[in-house]
Write a protein that binds this ligand. Structure first.
Ligand SMILES: [Mg+2]
Length: 274
């Protein structure tokens, strides 16, 4: 941790990335649980903001409850959830083709959106937009279908997040950005990404919880998504080095965080004494 100041001590709403910041698979990163309990004890609020769209918010609530943290729906904002909000606003009446997990599709349908998982051989028909999530149930048939659909230039194209790889216990697996990269190689089209670094997640969290920008700290392990998201939203950011970013990356990054520390445990150790 490079320093702690009154601005950092006064933060009330902590927006935390999940993978590589507070947990990896089903394990807490050292100090994360202590930090989250400290936030609550100090009268603050934590909201997890994740680009991982393999799980819906209900799935995250269940997972973290099993991992021993008291959470409800209000503690999570996922790229899937903000994507659903965006689609509700812009495509409420349209049929959408979705390449994503069953959980992601369930979440989109819960917003009253019309979703199909098939593309007619003869053309897009009523389909007005294609939506890609981080699909851990990906098949080559889905990839083929979306490439066929995207040949229709008037079909809009969105994706939840531009992350290329997702950290897991043994290393990394391809994330939504890598799936979109594969599609781009064939279809020659890039989606509009709605998750981080798009500032939508931070502005939604601030509005839903009633906090001002200066009360908010975004914490994450990726400079070009987590930290860029905070910068785009105009709030303070803190990078941790338990996922993708390394301390030496700070010398060259376009997205410098206001604060940084090795692990979330370092932040806990400093804040608990204040
Ligand atoms: Mg991460």
């Amino acid at each position: 941790m490079q320093y702690i100041n009154d601005a950092l001590k006064s933060k009330k709403l902590f927006l935390l990335d999940i993978d590589g910041t507070v947990s990896l698979d089903a394990d807490w990163i050292d100090g994360a649980l202590d930090f989250l309990n400290l936030v609550k004890k100090r009268g603050g609020k934590y909201v997890f903001i994740t680009n991982n769209s393999t799980k819906g918010i209900e799935d995250y609530v269940e997972k973290y409850t099993k991992m021993g943290l008291k959470v409800d729906r209000s503690n999570f904002l996922t790229a899937g959830y903000v994507t659903a909000h965006f689609l509700k606003e812009h495509h409420e009446q349209d049929l959408l083709y979705v390449l994503g997990t069953k959980s992601f599709i369930r979440e989109l349908k819960s917003f009253g959106l019309s979703v199909t998982e098939t593309v007619p051989e003869e053309g897009p028909g009523n389909i007005k937009a294609a939506v890609v999530g981080f699909d851990s149930e990906l098949t080559y048939q889905k990839v083929t279908d979306i490439c066929r659909l995207l040949t229709a230039e008037d079909v809009k194209y969105y994706a939840t997040n531009r992350d290329l790889a997702c950290p897991v216990s043994f290393g990394f697996i391809p994330d939504c950005g890598a799936i979109c990269g594969m599609i781009a190689c064939a279809a020659g089209r890039e989606p509009e990404y709605l998750g981080k670094p798009n500032p939508m997640m931070v502005t939604m969290a601030a509005e839903e919880n009633g906090y001002r920008k200066e009360d908010i700290l975004v914490i994450g392990d990726r400079l070009y998504t987590d930290i860029a998201c905070g910068l785009n939203a105009g709030v303070d950011t803190l990078a941790v080095f338990t996922g993708e970013a390394k301390e030496e990356d700070l010398k060259t990054t376009e997205f410098p965080p206001e604060y940084y520390c090795g692990t979330i445990k370092e932040l806990y150790d400093l804040l608990k004494c204040t």
